[in-house]
Design a protein around this ligand. Structure first.
Ligand SMILES: Cc1ncc(C[n+]2csc(CCOP(=O)(O)OP(=O)(O)O)c2C)c(N)n1
Ligand SMILES: [Mg+2]
Length: 613
């Protein structure tokens, strides 16, 4: 029998990450549940092991050793009551900021509460024993593996972050008897960078700053990011809720929504992610993601995070701009792009030769590439059938200067993101929780902050009726204008690309919740709104809409808030999206689309993992 690492993947990943994080001292207490872990480290010369039967004492030993050596010290114990005895010393470590890593081994979490011998619940801990506690299951799927990787990275970072402190990892075991693994897997290390750490070098290459939902920008942040973009040839990738208005802005929603066109611009070396949850799924393909946020927390929805910078955005961009000025020589933006283009074959596949507007040149910057793509595809948008998208097409660019736009979840946000809004209009959406329950209330709340600014909202009927009581709130001001797109259901679930769309009309009764709220009654909202003191307008077709639009968009604050109810048809809504998502085709995009249609998303994921192997 080999005496190498356990075949349990979570054990291997933990050991690899402990090594990457310089955690080498481990105080071990005896037991069966931690055999896979202990058996794996005791023959690895990187680790120094100490033994102590009494877990209470072991944990105090770790405190003393951590304080004296200045290094993190790990603990390992088995099931039963073993881990309970860590509490006194972990409490001590908590109030002294000592980096003690308590690794408590445990059986399958599903056995908790079933009288399975030796299984205790370690999911909830007292507030003041650790600064971070994670469960590390044995991964089965690649998503499990990603989740374990993120949890372990979070735990190891927490040992030193914000002054450091004790951390808990509950390591699940299946008692594998296989200790034959000679090499640890390469598991991603996520580094935490605070103000006191040296900044890693940002190599030359394609750099995109992706801005999730973001509060209004001040001038100094905009100028810091602009200087950064100049130094690195970077672009700022936005949707409406990003609110960046500078010269490096790219709004790629339309390009990235193309189902048969795989834009080569989406590939980049480093994506710097700032802001909060994005409502735009753009399918970017970064090699690495660097997250910058004062919270310093790993938020890894793209599965590519390699660094988390716990700092203000402005400090990050200023620091890197200074580094870039020193290391990126004059004209290097061109050099970077030349390197990029060198690797691209001159055919339709890469999307470079499909452009009729402007022939791509080798000097083209990343920003110019994006702009060419965006302009090219935007020009292909035809006059659309009457729908939410048509409303956006007719309205978004005409929003009055300095006004604010609130977009409902999900369909309205997604649709309006396909059309540009003026640079002096800020936009928000409830992408924190993606609820349809408070779109109108949030709009009202926002409008209270600046009574002399116009606040526009676009919401669907389900979102409207959910939150309709707020229209009666006596604080509702005349600076609010609501566009209600009433299609009689959650048309989201009737859109052709939605999972529910395969049910056709059968999606209506329960998934799309059709048939409620007066079934697109022409009177219901009208009376309600008028009785509450709103100016009410309505349209069921293009001419009617365009006739009312100037009034709805008047840049004067009128004597009443406005409600513009537009009745659209669910079939049109879907058809329009199909048009908008199929404006452009390239070989790679069409092939991917065809494969997806035949084998489905699941099949594509399975295929990718086979190809990777
Ligand atoms: C509180 C809450 N419940 C359920 C959902 C799921 N959901 C997402 S979009 C949507 C339909 C919204 O319909 P509507 O407001 O009419 O917009 P449409 O899709 O028709 O444009 C629902 C129910 C949610 N996001 N929030
Ligand atoms: Mg609706």
């Amino acid at each position: 029998m080999g005496k190498y690492y356990s075949s349990e993947k979570n054990v291997q990943m933990l050991i690899a990450l402990m090594k990457a994080s310089n955690v080498r001292k481990v105080v071990v207490s005896p037991g069966a549940t931690n055999v896979c872990f202990v058996g794996s480290i005791q023959n690895d010369s990187y680790f120094t092991l100490y033994s102590c039967v009494d877990e209470r004492s072991a944990a105090y030993m770790a405190c003393g050793l951590a304080a004296e050596s200045g290094e993190p010290v790990a603990l390992s114990c088995t099931g039963a009551t073993a881990s309970r005895n860590y509490y006194p010393a972990l409490t001590e470590a908590y109030y002294r900021g000592l980096p003690v890593l308590a690794i408590t081994s445990s059986q399958h979490s599903g056995r908790i509460g079933s009288y399975t011998p030796q299984v205790t619940d370690r999911v909830v801990l007292p507030n003041d024993v650790v600064v971070c506690s994670v469960q590390a299951e044995i991964p089965v799927t690649s998503e499990d593996e990603w989740a374990v990787n993120v949890s372990l990275n979070r735990a190891l970072i927490a040992l030193r972050k914000n002054g450091g402190g004790p951390v808990h990892i509950n390591l699940i075991t299946g008692y594998s008897k296989d200790f034959s693994i000679k090499t640890l897997p390469s598991t991603r290390v996520i580094r935490h960078i605070g103000y006191h750490n040296a900044l890693p070098k940002l190599k030359k290459g394609r750099v995109g700053v992706y801005v999730g939902a973001h509060e209004k920008w001040n001038e100094s942040l905009t100028s810091a990011i602009n200087s950064f973009c100049k130094a690195y040839g970077a672009v700022v990738l936005c949707d409406h809720a990003s609110n960046y208005k500078g010269e490096f802005k790219v709004e790629p929603s339309l390009v990235c929504s193309q189902t048969q066109y795989d834009s080569p611009c989406r590939t980049m070396d480093v994506m710097i992610y700032i802001g909060y949850v994005t409502g735009a799924q753009m399918g970017m393909k970064p090699n690495e993601v660097w997250r910058v946020n004062p919270d310093g927390i790993i938020r890894d929805h793209m599965h590519k995070t390699t660094y988390v910078f716990q700092m203000e955005e402005e400090d990050f961009f200023k620091a890197y701009e200074r580094m870039g000025r020193n290391t990126v020589e004059e004209g290097s933006t061109t050099t970077v792009m030349l390197e990029q283009l060198d690797g691209i074959e001159p055919d339709n596949e890469n999307g470079l030769s499909i452009n009729n507007d402007k022939t791509p040149t080798l000097q083209e910057t990343y920003l110019e590439q994006w702009q060419r793509e965006c302009n090219h595809i935007a020009k292909k948008v035809p006059e659309l059938p009457f729908s939410n998208a048509w409303l956006a097409q007719q309205t978004s660019s005409k929003l009055p200067e300095g006004s604010v736009l609130h977009l409902g979840i999900l369909n309205s946000l997604r649709t309006w993101n396909l059309f540009e809004i003026p640079d002096n209009v800020c936009s928000y959406s409830n992408t924190g929780g993606f609820g349809i329950d408070g779109d109108v209330s949030s709009l009202l709340g926002a409008s209270l902050a600046h009574p002399n600014t116009l606040y526009f909202g676009v919401v669907g009927d389900l979102a409207f009726f959910y939150d309709m009581n707020v229209l009666g709130n006596r604080f509702f001001g005349k600076n609010v204008r609501l566009l209600l797109v009433n299609n009689g259901r959650g048309t989201e679930f009737r859109n052709y690309m939605h999972l529910a769309a395969r049910f056709g009309e059968d999606a209506d009764p329960y998934m799309a919740a059709a048939g409620h709220f007066g079934r697109q009654s022409r009177e219901l909202v009208k009376h309600y709104a008028q009785d509450l003191g709103f100016e009410y307008m309505t349209a069921s077709g293009k001419d009617e809409y365009l006739m009312n639009l100037p009034r709805f968009l008047t840049n004067q604050i009128t004597d009443k808030p406005m409600l513009f109810e537009v009745f659209t048809d669910s079939a049109n809504e879907s058809q329009v999206l199909e048009i908008l998502y199929n404006l452009e085709v390239n070989t790679k995009g069409a092939a991917k689309h065809a494969v997806k249609r035949i084998i489905g998303e699941k099949g594509v994921t399975a295929l990718k993992s086979i190809i990777k192997r």
